[in-house]
Design a protein around this ligand. Structure first.
Ligand code: PGA
Length: 247
């Protein structure tokens, strides 16, 4: 059986619902069918209602979720709310949230548990900063991020889990990590996971950080890379589609 590839668009705080609708209309007019790659769009919450409209051709994800099941929580969105909109994936622990919104390995672990126990699939984001890379701490950081993220999950059921390796210094800089560096770190991530009991969950590894139509085909051919998490290059229909076609 061919292992599927996964191409995830992380739109961050770009595109209002009119612009999202326009993008989704245009991309679903293209030929998406004869491909073993799953196309996933993660728009902002104001486009949640569009998930149902385009759900038959695309998969959808949210960019975050609350780990608390308390309705008295201003400004948060729950697992149940996302599930009710046919949301299939949830991005957890993106470095922008870790850096600017006090997301910690602890809150990431709580969100991982909530999403794992739901019908949705987590997309766990991990990656080292430039300072950590220069201090040769990458291995330690990735090990800590993964072990903590998985620490509260009771691996009873088998399901898909996506891990996006995104070196922080490569995000939005136009400077993707090099071939050997991605290869080495993906191998390390695989090794860390293999030492954790995951009840044979299907773990897919994505690379994120300045993926574009010019570097996609080289990166997708690196061992253990099952797909991408894409920011800037996912905002334009043509560039996103060109990447998808290379998977
Ligand atoms: P980028 O963003 O593709 O613009 O580097 C990736 C991400 O933040 O997930």
């Amino acid at each position: 059986m061919i292992r599927k590839k996964i191409c995830v668009a992380n739109w961050k705080m770009n595109k209002n619902f009119v612009e999202s609708n326009d993008f989704l209309k245009k991309i679903t007019q293209k030929d998406l069918s004869p491909n073993s790659c799953e196309l996933v769009i993660c728009p902002s919450y104001d486009s949640l209602f569009l998930f149902d409209r385009f759900n038959s051709q695309l998969s959808f994800g949210a960019q975050d979720v609350s780990y608390l099941n308390n309705p008295s929580l201003t400004g948060e969105i729950s697992v149940d709310m996302l599930t009710s909109h046919n949301c299939k994936y949830v991005i957890i622990g993106h470095s922008e949230r870790r850096e600017l919104l006090n997301e910690t390995n602890e809150s990431v672990s709580l969100k991982m548990k909530e999403v794992y126990n739901s019908e949705m699939i987590p997309i766990l984001c991990i990656g080292e900063t430039l300072d950590e890379k220069l201090a040769k701490l990458t291995d330690e950081i990735l090990d800590k991020q993964i072990k903590k993220a998985f620490s509260k999950i009771d691996f009873k059921s088998q399901k898909d889990i996506l891990i996006a390796y995104e070196p922080v210094w490569a995000i939005g800089t136009g400077q993707a990590a090099g071939y050997n560096e991605i290869k080495q770190n993906m191998k390390l991530i695989k090794k860390i996971i293999n030492n954790i009991y995951t009840n044979n969950c299907n773990i897919y590894l994505l690379y994120g950080g300045s993926v574009n139509e010019n570097n996609a085909s080289q990166i997708i051919n690196i061992d253990n890379v099952d797909g991408f998490l894409i920011g800037s290059a996912s905002l334009k229909v043509d560039s996103f589609y060109k990447i998808f076609k290379q998977l």
